[in-house]
Design a protein. Structure first.
Length: 198
């Protein structure tokens, strides 16, 4: 499956490398040309601008953002939505506030663009260990993106299943989950972050 990644810091770059090692094709863009070059050398398709990035992606496009929450994410979502078409997908994998996701999803939906918010946990260790994925958005879009989530996730590992749940097929056992409509993914990630500070 093809995915576009914007934001190639340590976590975004690790995610791209994990996806490529799982057989996915990645198109990448970052404000730092060295980050693009590094991933291009590893097999990603580098792009030189947001316009080039959108042109390079196959329809329906899937563009994942790993940029700082707040103004950077807001600006990038707005710019992408202006260049993308109905049926395309914008994925925010950063740490956005869930109410911002609800608003952004409603805004881009006016153009027929899907919005998925993904709480992503794993940090710089995720490349090797996997990333836990908490996704919010339309269930059909989640299913379309599921091959990506499955590749990024850590998988079940070798820990025995919880007693009484051995036969349940559940993506949570793999390390990824559809949490509900837009905003739900980052809401669950917010709770996850709070629990990790206790």
């Amino acid at each position: 499956m093809q995915l576009g990644m914007i934001g190639l810091g340590r976590m975004g770059a690790g995610m791209v490398r994990r996806l490529m090692s799982g057989g996915h094709e990645c198109v990448v863009f970052d404000l730092n040309a060295d980050n693009i070059k590094s991933l291009s050398n590893d097999g990603a398709t580098g792009t030189t601008s947001l316009d080039d990035f959108v042109r390079t992606l196959e329809k329906p496009r899937a563009a994942w953002l790993m940029v700082p929450a707040g103004a950077a994410t807001e600006q990038t979502v707005t710019q992408l939505a202006g260049k993308m078409d109905a049926g395309d997908i914008i994925i925010d994998g950063g740490n956005s506030y869930f109410k911002d996701d609800i608003r952004r999803a409603a805004t881009v939906a006016q153009k027929g663009i899907h919005y998925v918010d993904v709480g992503t946990s794993g940090g710089v260790w995720g490349l090797e260990r996997g990333y836990c994925i908490m996704a919010g958005g339309d269930a059909d879009v989640f299913r379309h993106l599921e091959p990506l989530f499955k590749t990024l996730a850590p998988g079940p590992g070798d820990i025995p299943a919880t007693r009484g749940r051995e036969t349940r097929a559940n993506s949570a056992e793999e390390g990824y989950l559809h949490c509900g409509p837009a905003g739900a993914g980052h809401f669950v990630k917010m709770i996850h972050n709070e629990l990790n500070t206790v």
